[in-house]
Structure formats: C-alpha cells, structure tokens
Design a protein around this ligand. Structure first.
Ligand SMILES: O=C(O)CCC(=O)C(=O)O
Length: 327
C-alpha cells in the first residue's frame, strides 16, 4: 500500500518551504485519484470501505458481523513446521504482529536467484525495466534514481513464491485472525535499493520512510519475508505494536493514511516500534491497519516478499500490485 499525503508538520502559512511542501502533497494526492477511481469503477463496494474502515466503530461492526472460522482440526503439512495458527492469531490480536516465521533455506535461495536474473520494473513504472545487479547502470540509462524494483505478475513465475503463497499455515493464520472469509489478495516480491536522489513522491509510492496504515480492505493481514540478511542499513520494515486496535481519533477521522513519525511515536510510544531486522528467510505477520513503514536502504538492496490476505473480492489492479498513475 502506498502512503497517502500526510497533514503538515507545524507549517506556517507564510513559510515558503511549507507552501512548497504542501504543493507536493497536493500533487501526490492528485497522483492517487486515478487509482481510487479505478477501484471505485471496478467495485462500488470499495467506497463504504474507504470511508468507514478507517474508523474503529466501522471496523468493529464489520468484524462483529463476520463469519467465524471453525478449523477442521486436520493439520496440513507446512513449510513452516508445527506453528500453532491459533497462537499466532492471539499474538496478532494483542500486538498486531507476530515475529518468528522462517522459510526453508532452499526456498529463500530459489526466490533470491529468481529475483537476481529476472528483470524488475523501477519505481512501479513498466517502462523502467532492469535486472537488480545492474541497478547502477539502469539509473544512468534512465537518468533517474530507482528506489524500488517490482516484479508484478512475474513474481508468480518463481516456484518458491508460489509455494509460500499457497502454504496452508498462512491461510490458517489468516482465517483464525480475519474469520472464515479470509482470502488471498496479493503476492509480491520486490527490491528496495540504496539510491542517492529519490524523490518524496517515489518514497511515498514505495511506502518508505513514513508511517502509514493500509486501507485496501475492511480487514487485512500481511505476511512479510526478508529474502536477504536485513540489518539497520538494509531498510528494515518497522511496525508500531498495538496501533492496530488503539487508535487516536485524529488517525481515524482523516483522509490521510500517512502520518509523521514523531506524531505516531509520541502517541503510540517509541518503545512500541519494532524494527524487523533478521537473516534471509526470516518473516513476520502483521495487521497492516497498525502503523508501519519500510525504511530506505543505505548500505545494500533489500529483497522482500509479501503475501496479503483480506476479506473482500481482490481487485485486478491489486493482484498486480500496481498503482494506476497518470503523470
Ligand atoms: O517496504 C516495506 O517494508 C513496507 C511495505 C508496506 O508498507 C506495505 O506493504 O504496506
């Protein structure tokens, strides 16, 4: 989910820099209008979700009316071993996140090799095609910084990606947490690259460096996997524990999903921010209504995988993970 424009941080009307910043916020909002219109046209039920799912009362009513999940009791074999889906869902309910997933090394290696040889698309733009090891040359060729490299539908050409997205544990956790109607919505792998001159618009589109919550469905769950060793310099994901079910009024009755870090951390607590560093293959699952963000890598590229579940019909656009952009 890309980050919406956020309200200004303490800007004065006569502050020229603030005026310039708000100009770019307006532009970023305008860039998203075609995406919103595409979602609305494809599925008119998107509108009540877009308006109400950001409020706690709206979410609680939708949750209360949902079909409950009755597990069959039959354990299916999983790449993640014997994890107890119901215990994972309990952790999600209290913290909004469960860490401690680990994919098998050979699956991680297959996806990593695939992502090194398969061309990806820079900054969500299908005209900016390159292979990750040639990132520097691609920046020169296209004469612009390339912050992200997405594979869109190509992700599913990797056998490892297909194996993880269809693993029974993921579905079981999703159903325990979201209810019987939980279904797979998105699967993506993508690179984030250290780059010198990324624009705020590129960072916003890539959901980097600004806390935000996702609003693609009434209720969602996202599994993330670090596919390279991720340390502080590799642009780790950050999640604010507890922010999925304790919500400042200002963060409910707002059009904006992105909010400044100091505002988010002051309210939910800096000690609640979990930085998801870990070895290649490590993973976590979070309720993306909680505040989260990726950070911009500074030392080496990060390769990440995401498998997202929701409760509504997935849109065609989201399957490809691609915003609709009119420049
Ligand atoms: O790159 C990341 O770690 C953030 C991804 C994200 O914010 C999202 O998928 O909603």
């Amino acid at each position: 989910m890309s980050v919406d424009a956020s309200p200004s941080t303490a800007s004065q009307p006569d502050d020229l820099e603030a005026v310039a910043r708000s100009g770019s916020r307006l532009r970023r909002m305008a860039v998203r209008i075609p995406t919103y219109l595409a979602d609305l046209k494809e599925n008119p039920a998107w509108l009540p979700m877009f308006v109400l799912a950001r409020t706690m009362p709206g979410r609680r009513i939708h949750w209360a009316l949902s079909d409950k999940y009755a597990p069959s009791g039959q354990k299916q074999s999983s790449l993640f071993g014997q994890l107890d889906a119901s215990a994972v869902a309990d952790a999600l309910r209290s913290d909004g996140i469960f860490t401690g997933l680990r994919m098998p090394a050979q699956v991680q290696q297959e996806i990593y090799n695939f992502a090194r040889i398969t061309p990806c698309f820079g900054n969500f733009d299908r005209s900016l095609e390159f292979v990750a090891p040639r990132h520097g040359e691609a920046e020169q060729k296209f004469e612009r910084s390339l912050l992200s490299g997405h594979f869109f539908e190509r992700s599913l050409r990797s056998a490892g990606v297909r194996a993880i997205q269809s693993d029974p544990l993921l579905k079981d956790v999703a159903k325990h947490y979201l209810g019987a109607s939980a279904r797979l919505i998105t699967t993506r792998i993508w690179w984030s690259f250290p780059t010198k001159a990324s624009t705020e618009a590129d960072r916003s589109l890539a959901s980097l460096d600004k806390f935000h919550f996702d609003l693609d469905d009434w209720r969602m769950l996202k599994f993330f996997f670090n596919l390279v060793d991720v340390d502080e310099g590799t642009g780790p994901h950050v999640f604010v524990k507890g922010s999925h079910n304790r919500r400042k009024v200002k963060h409910q009755y707002t059009l904006m999903v992105g909010h400044p870090a100091d505002e988010v951390l002051d309210y939910y607590g800096a000690d609640q921010a979990v930085t998801l560093t870990g070895p290649a293959g490590s993973g976590f699952v979070e309720d993306p209504f909680g505040f989260h963000m990726g950070t911009v890598p500074v030392t080496k590229p990060r390769l990440m995988m995401e498998v997202g579940f929701g409760v509504s019909k997935p849109s065609r656009r989201r399957f490809h993970g691609e915003p609709v952009i009119r420049r």
